[in-house]
Every structure is written in C-alpha cells, then in structure tokens.
Design a binder for this molecule. Structure first.
Ligand code: ATP
Length: 328
C-alpha cells in the first residue's frame, strides 16, 4: 500500500528576475515500509520536494499537483490542518544541525518539544521517552543536558533523528543527513538508519546528492535532474545498468571506497531559469538527437519496475556506450 503518492507536482519559485522551476511535474510513490532515495546534483530540486511535502515553503512559490498521504489529499490543507500531520505522521531531518538546533537551549529540551506540543504528554513522561530515544539513536541520555556546540556533528544529527522519531511518525524524510559528516560517522548513521527501518518498519524518503550512500540504504531510487525525475528503479539495477545518460554520469562521478569504478565527470551545467524547451539534459548529453532539444521526454515504464525519461530509451548497455565513446 502507498503511504505517500505524488502526482504531477510542480513548485516554481517566483523571483524578481526569473521563475525557477525547482520541481517541474514529478510523480512517484512510496510504499509502506520502503526506503525511497531521491538523488541528483545540487540544485536539481530535491530539498524543494521535501519542503513541499512538509508544507514548509516560503511565500514566493507557485505550487500545483497532488500529494496524497494514505490516500488523503494533504497538498491543499490549510496550515492548522497540515500542522497535525507534521511530527506525528511525517517528520523531517535536515542536514545542518547547527542551524536547525537552537544554540542556547539544551538538546534534551529541544528534543522533547515536539512530544509536549503534539502528543499532549507531561514533561516528566516526555523526559523519560526522550532518554529512550537517545538510547535508540546511540546516544547516552546524559547528553540531553548539553548545548548543541558541545556535541560533535554526528551526535547532533543523532539528536535531530531522535527528535524526528519522538512522535512516532510513519514517514521519515532525511535531507542530506550525512553530507557534513566524515566517512566513519556517515557509516555509523547509515547502519543506524538500516536498523531503525528493519526493527520499526519506518518508511523513509532519503534525499542526497550521494548516490553511493543512498544506494546502501534505499531499495528504490528516483534520479532528479533540473526539477524532473529522469529515471527510477530498484537500487541494484540503477547502479549496475543505469539507463539514462545522466544517471550513468551520476553513478560514475561518485567515488566509492569499497568498489573500484571508472570515474567520469559530466561537463556543463543544468539549464537555469525559465523558458527551456526539450530535454533539460540535452545540452550536456553526448547521445542527443534532434527531438531532444525540442520536446521534453516523458517518464515511461521500461519493464522490471524501471522508468526512464529519454527519447532514445537510454543507453542500452555498457559495451555499446564504451564502443561509441559515450562517457555518460
Ligand atoms: P542542494 O542539494 O544543493 O540542496 P537541491 O537539489 O536540494 O540542491 P533545491 O534546494 O530544491 O535543490 O533548489 C532547487 C532550485 O530552486 C535551485 O535552483 C535553487 O537555487 C532554487 N531555490 C531554492 N530555494 C529558493 C528560494 N527560496 N527562492 C528562489 N529560488 C530557490
């Protein structure tokens, strides 16, 4: 059963100089108990997707499309109604813990706040639940008495995770939760997320530019480029045989210390601003044909649970790609 379903979602930022199509007609669903990864380079619209789902966008946005949570349309709910879903149904963990946490409040008090607000429980009960949550995320409850600057980056991410879990949400959105951490701490947080998902069957939407990290946790991946989803499929298939030229570039531009692979780059930049026609990847694509610069390709099923938005149906296999000297 789908926990979350997104239909033709668009989110455009209206600025004084331009309209930025941060999310431009994307659709996907997340099944209960599943971890879906959204990957893509910086500026591809990943965080905007998370913020639209949470209803946390600034006023300079034009939003259309549907967001259904357990078949209930939540995208057009007024703020007080939407607020009931936050923390208890859907919770988010952001990346920059030093900006998210209040520097002059002890982290335990901050982690208890959503419980006191949304679960209507006493401060004593919230305190003991908070201690349990700290243990769950691998922190000694004694750290509840600390200020954010007294903890390491990894410990602060754990505090944010404890806070996000505090009201027992069904869907956890993780936005670049490990991007500022060293490789060792990243692995620890990764193991923690895998354990949480196994033991509690949390449903997760994991957002990151790091396809290698996301692949080690998620079961399915959606690849975003310039506000659109260009490829989706099971993790293993995407890693082993990426079909979209951009996905291929993304896989081969991310180093992995455990697996040897050819490292390539993707020359050029994503199109900026409004008024772009055709496939947004076409200016950087080495296998483009005429139609690519004129018509935007639609995300189309290609079998085995995979979808791709490419007029050429993607690159057929590695051998063909190498023979033709395609680098992505
Ligand atoms: P990153 O990985 O760097 O966070 P991202 O893939 O999450 O990038 P977004 O942060 O969603 O991408 O940004 C998508 C586009 O929207 C970018 O071009 C960004 O500059 C633009 N954008 C984001 N927030 C705003 C805003 N408040 N006003 C105007 N443009 C914005």
């Amino acid at each position: 059963m789908n926990l979350l379903k997104i239909n033709d979602l668009k989110c455009h930022y209206l600025t004084d100089v331009d309209t930025i199509k941060a999310v431009d007609g994307i659709s996907f669903e997340i099944k209960e108990g599943e971890i879906l990864g959204i990957v893509g380079e910086s500026g591809s619209g990943k965080t905007t997707v998370a913020l639209v789902i949470m209803g946390l966008l600034p006023e300079n946005t034009a939003i259309s499309g549907e967001i259904l949570y357990r078949d209930e349309l939540i995208s057009s709910l007024p703020e007080p109604e939407m607020n009931k879903f936050r923390w208890k149904d859907i919770a988010i963990v952001f990346q920059n813990s030093l900006e998210v946490l209040n520097p002059v409040m002890k982290v335990g008090i901050q982690a208890m706040e959503p419980m006191i607000k949304h679960l209507d429980i006493s401060p004593e009960k919230a305190q003991s639940k908070c201690a349990d949550l700290f243990r769950t995320v691998g922190l000694d409850p004694k750290w509840m008495d600390s200020y954010p600057h007294q903890l390491s980056g990894g410990m602060r991410q754990r505090v944010l995770l404890a806070m996000a879990l505090s009201c027992d949400p069904k869907l956890l959105i993780l936005d670049e939760v490990t991007s500022s951490l060293d490789a060792f701490t990243r692995k620890e947080i990764r193991d923690l997320l895998v354990d949480l998902q196994k033991n509690n069957r949390y449903t997760m939407l994991m957002i990151s530019h790091d396809i290698t990290f996301v692949s080690s946790v998620a079961s399915r991946i959606a690849v975003m480029y310039s506000g659109r989803v260009v490829e989706t499929g099971p993790v293993r298939d995407i890693l082993v045989s990426p079909r979209h030229p951009y996905t291929r570039g993304l896989v081969h531009s991310t180093p992995d210390i455990f697996v040897y692979k050819d490292l390539w780059g993707i020359p050029g930049d994503a199109p900026a601003g409004d008024g772009f026609k055709g496939c947004p990847f076409s200016p950087r694509c080495t296998q483009k044909i005429d139609i690519c610069s004129k018509v935007s390709p639609v995300l189309t099923p290609i079998g085995d649970g995979r979808e791709i938005a490419c007029h050429r149906g993607g690159i057929a296999d590695v051998l063909v790609a190498k023979n033709l000297r395609f680098r992505y």
